[in-house]
Design a protein around this ligand. Structure first.
Ligand code: DP6
Length: 379
């Protein structure tokens, strides 16, 4: 079994002077939700998600080796301060963005043990999203995934320089492992169109440490599955996910919820094989409502849905009953609604959204996405 020790980079080399990489990584939408975590970003239960295609972060990582003045005149304490800090500039859409830096600093601190070469370099991280910044779409998953991919490209080069060729499996596994340490759900944004994260008895290869591509058969019904994201509330998140996950400690329903996630994942595995859309709908909607039920029943408690979230849900249910078209909704830890449906009903559903749901979206905004394949190298 793979353990966290396998991800510690031990090669002694920093022989590359400078360079840059650029990766894109998508957002993902969980079907069985991750809500609750232990120390070191270990999930309290396994989760599974669809990888998105269009909603992504594009990040360029430029790196240059630090050079230290080792002349005796320089005090050793000053030298150790300089060598012992992470050094990076952060640009968002080409402009310096100071308020993103603490998150990156924390990420570097968490992954330093596994990537000891980080302090040898000065980095310029230049990042942008394909979706509007304040859309309420979580950029932490795609953002941390894109950064992790870039760091792994650097590590791969360092290994190569030392004469070791990194395997592709290790490359993606460690990228997911690192992304997890940045933001749990980010580990599901690395590779594959359906990704499982967290140990599950019936999912071969599943791990708490990184995401794995769903390893079993997937029915045609789920090919090119569609996700239209209705932007109900673009405001700042009411509850950060870290605070939200913490609320599952001592939560009165926690144990049952974690057991339910295991059950739902076992069921969804069979559904992916049989293509039963009615059962798919039931699990996905129940998972979304359970996530919100957990928030409503924690202390302190929160209601993250807005009146328009409920209007949309009720309108979807009415449409589904009347037309028998297999669409369903899911929610993140916010008010926006993801509408999931098979590709063959796309035209019909998009017309329904235009006719009946756009009015509930802030400024009429929604984003059409589909299942995608994960991160991509651009440079
Ligand atoms: C509701 O991955 O954002 O979207 O690990 O604290 O960064 P951190 O949390 P995060 O939590 C996502 C929670 C969720 C459900 C899910 O994506 O599974």
């Amino acid at each position: 079994m793979i353990t966290e020790k396998d991800f510690v980079f031990t090669t002694i080399t920093n022989a590359i002077e400078k360079g840059n990489f650029q990766w894109s990584a998508p957002s993902n939408i969980a079907l069985v939700k991750y809500w609750g975590k232990k120390d070191q970003q270990i999930p309290a239960n396994p989760s599974i998600s669809f990888t998105l295609n269009h909603c992504k972060t594009i990040t360029k990582l430029a790196f240059a080796k630090k050079h230290f003045d080792t002349s005796p005149s320089l005090s050793t304490s000053l030298l150790s301060v300089t060598t012992d800090t992470f050094s990076f500039d952060l640009l968002f859409e080409g402009k310096p963005k100071e308020d993103f830096k603490p998150k990156i600093q924390k990420f570097f601190e968490r992954i330093e043990k596994y990537c000891p070469y980080l302090k040898d370099y000065h980095f310029t991280i230049d990042t942008e999203n394909t979706f509007p910044h304040s859309s309420g779409i979580a950029s932490s998953a795609s953002g941390m995934a894109a950064l992790a991919m870039n760091i792994m490209s650097l590590e791969k080069e360092l290994s190569r320089n030392f004469g070791t060729e990194m395997t592709e499996d290790f490359f993606y596994q460690k990228a997911s492992f690192l992304a997890r340490l940045g933001s749990g759900s980010a580990c599901r944004s690395i590779k594959g169109n359906i990704v499982v994260w967290g140990n599950h008895a019936e999912i071969e290869g599943s791990s708490d440490l990184f995401g794995v591509e769903f390893p079993a058969k997937i029915h045609e019904n789920f090919k090119n599955y569609q996700d239209t994201i209705l932007l109900v509330d673009k405001g700042e998140k009411q509850v950060s996910s870290t605070v939200g996950h913490d609320l599952m400690h001592n939560h009165p329903f926690a144990e049952q919820r974690f057991a339910q996630a295991h059950d739902n994942l076992a069921k969804i595995k069979i559904i992916f094989e049989t293509g039963n859309l009615d059962e798919f709908i039931q699990i996905v909607e129940s998972e979304a409502l359970t996530l919100h039920a957990m928030m409503m029943t924690s202390l302190p408690y929160f209601i993250l849905m807005k009146p328009n979230t409920l209007e949309i849900i009720n309108t979807i249910w009415k449409f589904r009953t009347e037309t028998k078209i297999p669409i369903c909704f899911t929610l993140d830890a916010g008010a926006n609604v993801h509408i999931l449906y098979p590709e063959n009903v796309r035209e019909h559903v998009l017309q329904f959204i235009k006719d009946e749901l756009v009015g509930y979206c802030q400024n009429g905004n929604y984003i059409c996405d589909t299942i995608g394949n994960g991160s991509q190298i651009l440079t």
